[in-house]
Design a protein around this ligand. Structure first.
Ligand SMILES: [Zn+2]
Length: 117
């Protein structure tokens, strides 16, 4: 017999388990965004999720542009000069090429916008 449960149901199951284990909070990533699950509240809350020097994830919940807090680039208005904009685009291209290479190396399928899952 197959039991089909949704993503959020698994999140809630994990929360109940962790509540029993006495965890104060739980962080998890979903499609590149970070969420915090406290043992008291019901729904996950979007957090900044930036990597701090300590190796922890930033748990700030007052988010600005790009879903980041004011300490981790949320107040930045981005590149202003044409050179800066070109540099940002180049970095984005390089980042995607690197990401694609990593995905291919680990034999994971790459989903593009054209495919319907
Ligand atoms: Zn932050």
């Amino acid at each position: 017999m197959n039991i089909l449960i949704t993503y959020w149901q698994t999140v809630r199951l994990a929360r109940d388990e962790l509540r029993n284990a006495g965890a104060a909070f739980v962080l998890f990533e979903h499609s590149g965004k970070w969420f915090e699950l406290t043992t008291l509240q019901g729904n996950p809350k979007r957090i900044c999720g930036a990597l701090k020097k300590t190796g922890d994830r930033c748990r700030s919940k007052s988010l600005h542009r790009g879903g980041k807090c004011k300490f981790h680039g949320g107040l930045s208005s981005g590149a202003r000069t044409p050179e800066g904009k070109a540099r940002a685009l180049e970095a984005m291209r390089k980042g995607r090429v690197r990401w694609l290479a990593e995905r291919r190396a680990s034999f994971q399928p790459v989903r593009t916008g054209a495919q319907a899952r």
